[in-house]
Design a protein around this ligand. Sequence first.
Ligand SMILES: [Zn+2]
Length: 250
Amino acid sequence: MKLDKLIEKLSPRLSHRSLIAMIVILSVAIIALLGIIFRNDVILPLSSLTSHSEDSNVASMPPLVVIDPGHGGSEPGAGSGSINEKEITLAISLEVEKILNEKNIDNILTRSNDTAVSLEDRAKLANEKKSTLFISIHNNSFTDPASHGVLTTYNPYSPIGKSNAEIMQSKLKTLGMYNRKIVPRPNLYVLRHTKMPSLLLEIGFISNKNDLKLLTSSDFQKKCAIQIVKGIEEILETNATASSESSSEV
Ligand SMILES: [Zn+2]
């Protein structure tokens, strides 16, 4: 039969083709498997070098807080007579540092003495250190000496800027100063150029007599630092919980 002969002739070819096909499939499978092993070997260690914001394990890393005393050196900030903003912001910041150290919360100050530090260098330091939180400390001033009170400013483009500001202001409003609440400030350099959550605190008005009296009191400066640290702790806790919840959803 012609058909039988044809099958006989074709069958060795068919089995040969099947063998080649199997070898090709096996090769592809081996290459794919090697690819997975290679990825695990190479990419996993690199993931530990990614920044805080990109790292899903951020919640398990110890937080690092950057405290930024406003002004310094040749830039005194707001002033009233012989009193300058740069001295008050540094005094409060040093108290904050002391409490953070007592609580074993890692921290860095952008300046710890009377030196001028550019806004660029302040943001750069926080970014390079991949800090968890950036808190800039300032005092307000206005032409109207009646203006007074404490407020927290935040970057409105940050998804958690407002909620962090609300937490911080809930602590600062207990200081006995007028509560000016929270204020979005989209153009503040240090808020815009820091890659981590950041806040800028305007603690009282140097141009207001009553606020100035508080600001120059070491007792008030210590009380203020206690409230700032309370705010920092609650923000770190809230953000870490939110971060672990969002990573567990993935
Ligand atoms: Zn200032």
